[in-house]
Design a binder for this molecule. Structure first.
Ligand code: G6P
Length: 369
């Protein structure tokens, strides 16, 4: 097992550090930005369906559901197709409206999650086209779909998903770009800029991983907290949910992820001098808004740990701790901003003596409902 961990103390840490590679592997052969070229044969094959799709439904569970939320924001922004993201367990039992022109995307690392499989079978029976985004080749979900695109994250052993998430977001980004190209909903120059940014993501993730020691030091300060709040807006909102989920899963600290502006409708009541609040506040179209949200937290003495874009001079003056990540296109930021959150949960869990790779009560794939 020590050999399998490749010198890392846990699979989770190894998998976090594998991300530059697994993201690259998930793009390989699919993207040549220089020529503004995207190749995903399964999407080409169903080009007419994607071009004319009136709606895309995404079904998934857990971390894969968070990747689905990122995809919702991207597909709507770039390809202008309405998207709904559903928990597979709810979808399958609530008699959802499914039309023949709908495309259902099932996202699953293992390809074996019972609820996701049942949700796609239901949609299939009602005439929708089913597209899979799975990591495990030949898995049940991969086999049950009409078409799909594999993530190439390699085997993920840690129960808490890390590299599978970024691989899913990578594949879903490429899908969003390709559908946008086919539908003509994006200017070619804008598409090319986005593709060039995508190609740079592995190197930027590598750079974000250098924050490890800094995050370890912050973890030491907050390891005994009993609650955490994670806030984000726009493309970083799903990242807030994912950060909170990672912390809950492996450190057993109660954590809530929220869209930053929703905070005032509830979680703000929890904020006092003992509450760590992780705010993902990178420079994007909602930057000014999230700066005000940080001020709201500070006014209530909350302890702000902010994830910011390199070179930000404003937030460091108001946050207690600042973690600087490299800049990219705002739609691709989740691939970078999630890295410090994965590391934070990992270090806190290790410091609390938790079983990081096999947290209590959780299974890697949930094959029963
Ligand atoms: C379990 C795992 C999670 C995972 C979820 C969905 O809860 O512990 O890490 O996100 O299932 O799994 P899937 O294989 O369908 O992505």
């Amino acid at each position: 097992e020590a050999i399998e961990k490749g010198g890392y103390p846990h699979f989770m840490l190894k998998e976090i550090f594998e991300q530059p590679r697994s993201i690259m592997d998930s793009m390989r052969g699919r993207l040549v930005a220089e020529n503004t070229q995207l190749t995903m044969s399964s999407i080409r094959e169903y080009a007419t369906r994607f071009k004319n799709a009136e709606r895309i439904l995404i079904v998934a569970c857990g971390t894969s559901w968070h990747a689905g939320l990122v995809a919702e924001y991207m597909i709507e922004e770039f390809a202008r197709i309405p998207v709904e993201v559903e928990y597979a367990s709810e979808f399958r039992y609530r008699n959802p409206v499914i039309r023949e022109g709908d495309i259902v995307i099932a996202i699953s690392q293992s390809g074996e999650t019972a609820d996701t499989l049942a949700a796609l079978e239901l949609a299939k029976a009602k005439g929708a086209m089913i597209f899979g985004v799975c990591n495990v080749v030949g898995s049940s979900i991969a086999r049950a779909t009409d078409a799909g695109a594999y993530t190439h994250a390699g085997p993920e052993i840690g129960v808490a998903s890390t590299k599978a998430f970024t691989a899913q977001v990578t594949v879903l980004s490429l899908m969003a770009m390709m559908i946008a190209e086919m539908r003509g909903t994006m200017e070619l120059t804008a598409l090319r800029t986005l593709m060039l940014e995508m190609e740079k993501i592995p190197a930027k993730v590598e750079q974000a991983l250098l924050l490890d020691k800094e995050i370890q030091a912050i973890s030491e300060i907050f390891k005994d907290a009993s609650n955490f709040i994670y806030l984000g807006r726009g493309f970083n909102f799903p990242v807030a949910l994912e950060g909170a989920l990672k912390l809950k899963e492996i450190s057993y600290i109660h954590a809530e992820g929220y869209p930053a502006a929703e905070m005032k409708h509830g979680p703000i009541a929890l904020i006092d001098e003992n509450m760590p609040v992780v705010v993902i506040a990178t420079k994007d179209s909602s930057y000014e808004k999230i700066v005000s949200n940080i001020q709201e937290v500070r006014a209530r003495k909350g302890r702000v740990i902010a994830i910011v874009t390199e070179g930000d001079t404003v937030i460091p003056q108001m946050a207690e701790f600042v973690i600087e990540v490299p800049n990219t296109h705002e739609a691709l930021m989740p691939l970078i901003s999630v890295i410090p959150l994965q590391l934070l949960s990992y270090h806190i869990a290790v410091m609390r003596g938790c079983n990081v790779d096999q947290p209590r009560n959780l299974a890697k794939s949930v094959t029963v409902e």
